[in-house]
Design a protein. Structure first.
Length: 191
């Protein structure tokens, strides 16, 4: 979305994010969305010209809004372990409102899945940076931070797909919490 949104449009987009995060998006029509949000279809089409593009904008907005929230968790931490845990816990907390239906719809819709993929790549890069800083600062044992970052990315993609975690009966947020625990225990120097 290149246009600057009005306050009303931002509010509508945030309400749309909340609705689709809770209920998914594949089964909604633009008429359904307009009725649920008590606005006109024209108002929705001002955000994006098609339902598919509207869904992509919703996914972009959701993850765009996650960045400062997750980074705040990193900044609150006093050490490298806390920063890695804070980052992954922040991601877990931010994913908590996303229903399984939303995640299934996201995985099935290529353009929205690509937005998620891009954010997962960015998250893996950020984890790698946090690990590198912890290794350089002597807080973590020496590891190949790029490899660990890639393993985190693979796990994040698996979380998105939902297949392994549905077999384990875990929510995405629970999976991220377990990933945070695994990562920090793996990186901690032996005492």
């Amino acid at each position: 979305m290149t246009q600057r949104l009005t306050r009303r449009q931002v509010d509508l987009l945030e309400r749309l994010v909340a609705l689709l995060a809770a209920e998914g998006f594949a089964d909604f029509t633009v008429d359904d969305l307009a009725a649920r949000l008590r606005c006109s279809k024209t108002t929705l089409y001002a955000l994006a010209p098609t339902k598919q593009e509207l869904v992509v904008e919703v996914v972009k907005q959701y993850f765009r809004a996650a960045v400062p929230v997750v980074e705040a968790r990193v900044q609150e931490a006093d050490d490298a372990t806390g920063r890695v845990q804070g980052y992954l816990a922040g991601v877990a907390d931010y994913l908590t409102p996303l229903s399984r239906r939303f995640m299934e719809d996201l995985s099935a819709f290529g353009p929205a899945a690509e937005v998620y993929r891009q954010h997962t790549v960015a998250a893996a890069t950020r984890i790698r940076e946090l690990i590198e800083a912890g290794v350089e600062g002597g807080e973590f044992r020496t590891v190949n931070a790029s490899f660990v970052g890639e393993m985190v990315a693979v796990t994040m993609f698996e979380i998105q797909r939902g297949e392994a975690f549905s077999r384990l009966d875990m929510s995405d947020a629970d999976a991220y919490a377990e990933l945070a625990s695994l990562m920090t225990h793996m990186l901690t120097r032996s005492r």
